[in-house]
Write a protein that binds this ligand. Structure first.
Ligand code: SF4
Length: 215
């Protein structure tokens, strides 16, 4: 059995929705993305040429930004030093991201053009210019209603992954961020993880949601 399972459900009103459950304790965010992409290939009409969701907010996670930075600027040196890893991420955010700050609250998204479209959208072709790198939030966007636990897991992954990105972005700035601010964004399931396959779903979900997903 696959570690993460997405299932189509027919509701009492005859409409379809989807649900998610987890079959293994060691399931990762990489397994989640494999499963949700596989589900869409089987059950959802191809979105090739439909860019309706590419005018919405696209919050970024740390592995999303790492993948973009590696493709656009070349692989980061594998020094194990988080400051070195943060520099290309900071450059990517400066060139293609948008940072919103309000007090301690920081949100990092893909940049949108003045008309609201995503910076990576080819508007003439209505296609993502870097489709193979599209962020977690784009990969997990399904044009169907979802169960509460599936929606909650997606939200948790986006939030935890974005927290780690905010921490790396703070590290990349020329002036050190106040320790109290930096500490708000440290210590989540994505901390120190360079790829989705290294992120534990159990840790990202937290105990309450994990129990619901393992049922
Ligand atoms: S990254 Fe690609 S798929 Fe995601 S909103 Fe931008 S253009 Fe659309």
């Amino acid at each position: 059995m696959e570690p993460v399972i997405f299932e189509l459900r027919k509701e009492s009103d005859g409409l379809f929705s989807y649900d998610a459950r987890i079959s293994r304790d060691e399931a990762s965010a990489g397994d989640y993305l494999d499963a949700i992409n596989g589900f869409q290939e089987r059950f959802v009409a191809p979105c090739d040429g439909c860019a309706n969701c590419c005018w919405e907010r696209v919050p970024l996670t740390a592995p999303d930004a790492r993948r973009y930075a590696a493709e656009l600027y070349g692989p980061a040196p594998d020094t194990g030093d988080r400051l070195s890893a943060a520099k290309p991420i900071g450059r990517f955010i400066a060139e293609y991201g948008q940072v919103y700050e309000q007090g301690d609250w920081i949100d990092i998204q893909l940049r949108r053009r003045p008309d609201g479209s995503c910076v990576f959208l080819d508007q003439a072709a209505r296609r993502c210019r870097l489709h193979h790198l599209r962020p977690l939030v784009c990969q997990s966007y399904i044009c169907l209603p979802s169960s509460r636990r599936a929606a909650a897991l997606r939200q948790k992954l986006v939030n935890e992954g974005e927290n780690e990105l905010v921490w790396l972005w703070l590290l990349s700035l020329p002036e050190a961020a106040p320790a109290a601010l930096a500490s708000l964004y440290r210590g989540g399931a994505f901390e120190g993880k360079s790829a989705f396959s290294q992120v534990s779903l159990r840790e990202a979900a937290g105990p309450g949601l994990w129990q619901k997903l393992r049922r």
